[in-house]
Design a protein around this ligand. Structure first.
Ligand code: DGT
Ligand code: CA
Ligand code: CA
Ligand code: ZN
Length: 572
């Protein structure tokens, strides 16, 4: 990973924060603050200076000691001094400095007097009325701290992409109804299809006299107006979701869309490219001196810096700029590329709809085939199928396929991977299936070596087709299982198995980075709905978003293949 100026600056400002909490020498603290600013604002790539063995002391305020630290960070990705400070001062404590009214000195007092090291602990002691007893604090400052920490914690709560989508759709319709409004688009992490969003960044173009900001702040879901002006406003919705609105001129629309789509890391990297060409790039346009040379469309912005348009999902500074320069951007998979779905449930287990209803819904979603993959017997809560009930369903699918037109049902199962790596149903019945999705639904917290062995063993089973929701994570609820994913991906390649990208909004598992690793290893990914009702096929678009963030093309996706080819690939 290349180290950017912003990374180095972040290390120095954290050092300054921690030194302040330790009440170190003020000159020393100021030296680090200054270094953070100098490096952060530098128009040259400091990493490149190190590589070129340039003298870092050319940078204002950087002496021999700071220069050595910069070289250390660039060369090792670490800073021993910061690591040492982390040993002395609790690492999360610097977060407390973001609370208005809490400077380093007061943070230190609360830490020593009450053991407060995190925002949650701060909220607790404030709620319990213990801060007012600390010398130098009173009831009033305790109340202020409580309010501030609560506001801060609620601000950092993130919303799933599916939930955010509901807000975006409703709000966009509301804004479009305001007079003079032309374009409305959600930028930010929402447009990059991140699995969660921190806040929404809405962009609007509108006629000069349009009442769009008033329409925005007057929206019925708004709980609090945080800021409001003629061209920008911020609100918090009743759900706690914050929304920023910016009204931009049509000639700046592309530049604003580009800027507010981010990510910040991507923007910083492209800004550096622009600087190398003597250009300045901001939310109003691309400028050479005072002359604006681009900004109406995103394409024009990219073109001005010598790049083709980069899809928003790739804009994370994970190699997309280099790929764009070399003309090697992937042709990302689209919803329309999906020919089938290899994971769903019906009323027979914990789904809500019948086989036939699921088949018709899949057809309506534009699919040509659908694998029925109920839970297996171990999942008693979901009324998982034993061999006998599965055999009965296989016969039912045969009968149904005779009369269905335009959609083909495949026989499958979502079989539990037992703790020892065995599959939860006998081979004889698995052999009759087209698709065997195997998933972990128990013993989520085995240590990595054991968990990995469990999965590798399951993959060795001759009927194993696909690993379902591979890490079993649930957003906000369950951490991913500890698995040696690179090893599992390699094993999948050797065994000719696929990995699922489960499209349920709180799963989105495989995550983007593992999708990319699978692609690089030549392992096919199946983007499945895991539908439990006819409505759930709509979730495929979230899986597609994650797949695109993982650089997947149609050729990397198992269920983008026509049925005959799929059958060949899974060996049935
Ligand atoms: P989120 O809201 O946490 O899910 O993530 P984003 O990416 O939507 O971040 P947000 O809402 O803070 O800002 C929206 C975009 O605005 C961000 O992706 C890039 C741009 N942006 C914000 N602050 C800066 C900045 O300081 N420098 C640059 N270059 N871009 C920024
Ligand atoms: Ca945002
Ligand atoms: Ca924002
Ligand atoms: Zn499952």
């Amino acid at each position: 990973m290349p180290i950017h100026n912003a990374d180095i600056a972040a290390v120095f400002s954290e050092i300054a924060d921690l030194l302040e909490i330790e009440s170190a020498n003020p000159f020393r603290i100021r030296a680090y603050r200054n270094a953070a600013r100098v490096v952060g604002d530098a128009s040259v790539d400091v990493c490149g200076m190190v590589a070129g063995e340039k003298d870092l002391r050319m940078l204002p305020g950087i002496g021999a000691d700071l220069a050595a630290k910069i070289r250390e960070i660039v060369q090792t990705g670490k800073c021993a001094f910061l690591d040492r400070l982390h040993g002395e001062v609790p690492p999360a404590i610097a977060e407390l400095l973001h609370i208005p009214g809490l400077g380093p000195m007061r943070v230190r007092i609360l830490w020593h007097a009450l053991g407060v090291e995190t925002l949650e602990q701060l909220r607790r002691v404030a709620g319990e009325g213990r801060i007012r007893e600390v010398p130098g604090f009173g009831e009033k400052s305790e109340q202020k701290i409580l309010q501030a920490v609560e506001a801060h914690l609620s601000k950092t709560q993130r919303f799933t992409l599916a939930v955010a989508t509901q807000y975006v759709d409703a709000l966009a319709a509301h804004l479009k109804a305001a007079a003079g409004v032309d374009r409305v688009e959600a930028a930010g992490s929402f447009r990059r299809r991140r699995e969660t969003v921190g806040d929404l960044d809405m962009l609007v173009t509108a006629a000069a006299n349009s009442p769009v900001t008033a329409a925005f702040t007057g929206y019925e879901e708004v709980a609090e107006v945080l800021a409001s002006g003629p061209t920008r406003a911020s609100v918090r919705l009743k759900s706690g979701l914050q929304v920023d609105l910016r009204v931009v001129a049509p000639e700046s629309y592309g530049a604003a869309l580009y800027y507010f789509t981010g990510s910040k890391a991507h923007n910083v990297a492209v800004r550096r490219l622009a600087q190398e060409r003597g250009l300045k790039i901001n939310e109003y346009g691309v400028f050479r001196g005072d002359a604006r040379i681009a900004g109406e469309s995103e394409e024009s912005v990219f073109e001005a810096v010598g790049l083709p348009w980069i899809p928003p999902e790739l804009r994370e500074d994970r190699g997309e700029i280099d790929a764009a320069m070399k003309g090697r951007l992937p042709a990302l998979v689209d919803l329309e590329d999906l020919r089938g779905d290899l994971h769903c449930h019906t009323k027979a287990t914990d789904g809500r709809d019948t086989l036939e209803a699921m088949a018709q819904a899949a057809k309506a979603a534009g699919l040509e085939y659908l694998a029925i993959t109920e839970h297996s017997q171990r999942l008693a809560m979901a009324r998982g199928l034993d061999a006998e009930r599965l055999a009965a369903q296989i016969d039912e699918i045969d009968r149904l396929n005779d009369k269905l037109r335009g959609i083909r049902l495949l026989k499958g199962i979502e079989v539990d991977i037992l703790e020892d790596g065995k599959l939860d149903l006998p081979d004889a019945v698995l052999a009759r299936l087209d698709i065997v999705v195997a998933s972990i639904h128990s013993h989520f917290d085995l240590p990595q070596a054991k968990q990995t062995r469990r999965v590798l063993k399951a993959m060795d089973h001759k009927h194993f087709t696909l690993m379902g929701h591979p890490t079993a994570r649930l957003l906000d609820e369950r951490e991913p299982c500890e698995l040696d994913m690179p090893r599992i991906i390699r094993h999948a390649r050797e065994r000719g198995c696929g990995l699922e990208l489960n499209s349920q909004p709180d799963r989105l598992d495989l995550v983007d980075t593992w999708c990319k690793a699978a692609k690089e290893e030549g392992v096919l990914v199946s983007i499945d709905s895991d539908a439990h009702s006819v409505r759930d096929f709509a979730n495929l678009r979230f899986g597609i978003g994650q797949a695109r963030r993982g650089w997947l093309e149609a050729a990397d996706v198992l269920n983008a293949r026509p049925l005959a080819e799929l059958r060949r690939l899974v060996g049935h």
